[in-house]
Design a protein around this ligand. Structure first.
Ligand code: MBD
Ligand code: FE
Length: 284
């Protein structure tokens, strides 16, 4: 049997590529961008590349190394990983500029829609022997101005202690550490989960090769992924982080913001830790 110890970058890459392709064709293809925008953006990106080549006198050997590497990114299915790690944070910054709601952050490559619905007081699906410190994640969803948002949808997904996401590595139950929590009539939720571990992006694929060749590191700080939404409100995609994680300062995906730092305290239950984080939604 295959388990997480046999996980390969190419498997999670292929999974992330297939998942992304299944959501395109719904208004996110090149034909859905105007020719003027395509021409302007492609021209500027290429001009930046040309400028880099001239300033650094890029050689044919370096050009061929780039060509080989770009080909391998596609073969490994790592375009979603590459783009989400090194580009998405700026797209998110521009997209959410000026919103009054809770700060957003990048979605990353491993979201799966329609995770099983769970009640407002819920335990995320996990294996009997799932490792990690128990974490009670609780809070309330309100709207800008303070009104509660009854029945808000809090989608949460996270990596396991080995840094793998269910559906993107072998041997993990389908919805492990994923759920769609429906907040109560006061917008409150109490989610029993585990403290996630710091996370290394796959090192054995093309993104890992770039990181090694450049002498960078592959780490993201421990994080929870969230999407919070409700009818007549704008959806928020974000991530939450844990104080003291050394990679809060040098996240490879540049997705940490001070507003997204949790406040962790010992659990009142005596078991593990607890934290409260409230979300504020913008009206649609
Ligand atoms: C992740 O888990 C992640 O959150 C991001 C942004 C990129 C790669 C892996
Ligand atoms: Fe992640």
């Amino acid at each position: 049997t295959t388990d997480e110890s046999q996980a390969r970058a190419a498997d999670s890459g292929a999974g992330a590529t297939a998942a992304f392709q299944s959501k395109t064709g719904q208004g996110a293809g090149l034909e859905d961008v105007t020719p003027e925008r395509v021409s302007t953006l492609a021209t500027e990106v290429l001009a930046a590349v040309h400028d880099t080549i001239r300033r650094h006198k890029v050689t044919y050997a370096e050009y061929d190394a780039l060509k080989a590497w770009l080909i391998s990114v596609g073969e490994d299915g790592e375009w979603p990983l590459f783009l989400d790690v090194w580009v998405e944070h700026v797209v998110e910054e521009v997209a959410n500029e000026g919103r009054e709601c809770t700060k957003g952050s990048i979605e990353g490559p491993y979201y799966v829609p329609d995770a099983p619905a769970l009640p407002a007081d819920a335990k995320l699906p996990m294996r009997e022997d799932e490792s990690g410190t128990p974490l009670l994640f609780q809070g309330q969803v309100t709207r800008v101005g303070g009104d509660v948002v009854a029945g808000a949808k809090v989608e949460i997904w996270q990596a396991d202690a080995l840094g793998f996401y269910s559906q993107y590595a072998p041997g993990i139950p389908e919805w492990n550490l994923r759920g769609t929590v429906i907040a109560d009539d006061e917008g409150r939720y109490r989610i029993h989960t585990l403290q996630p571990a710091p996370y290394q992006i796959p090192t054995d694929g093309s993104c890992g090769k770039l990181i090694a060749a450049a002498g960078w590191h592959a780490w993201r700080p421990a994080h929870l992924h969230l999407k919070v939404s409700a009818p007549d409100h704008r959806l928020i995609t974000t991530q939450l982080y844990f104080p003291g994680d050394p990679h809060n300062e040098d996240d490879i995906a540049s997705a940490v913001k001070p507003e997204l730092m949790l406040d962790i305290e010992p659990a009142e239950s005596g078991e593990g830790e607890q934290t409260t984080y409230n979300f504020v939604l913008d009206p649609a």
